[in-house]
Design a protein. Sequence first.
Length: 184
Amino acid sequence: MSRIRGSGTRPELALAEALGGTVPYVLNARVDGVRSDLVLEASHTAVFIDGCFWHGCPDHYVRPKSNTDFWAQKLAENVERDRRQTLDLEARGWRVVRLWEHDVFERPTAAAAAVLGAEDALPTPDVRVIRVEVVSEAPLVERRVLATLRSGVLVGDQVGPRVTAKWRRPSLATSPRPSQSTPK
């Protein structure tokens, strides 16, 4: 996990690019002791870009096959930290915008509009996977427990085959390599 970047990540840079020069912002700024991915000081807005795996995306979270106790605890801690940070900043008068990583790449214009305050631009990712339990081993069936981020209220379960639909960031376009042949 030491190789996980904390700043200057591709999602942050993609969102900054989508915002263009429309508003002044600061990447990776601390706001009342909380490091957010992007801050708009003028509108008192703190933006967090949540990765599907690390923050429990209901569409793309995949329970790891190994070291399951460690990862279950890590997910619970991340979601609890997200809840605490969001509520603390909102109590201090900040507008908190949380975006899923996949939305930043798939719908950058809508993500930028959400940051700028368009209420219907992009749904706020308030529902999180907080726990995944194995229901049966053969065939592998799991129960995904969902809760809201801000209130922590359980909103339901999803029971079904093991989810393996990880979201993958689109690969960067690569230009063809120049020919390696030498003139004769």
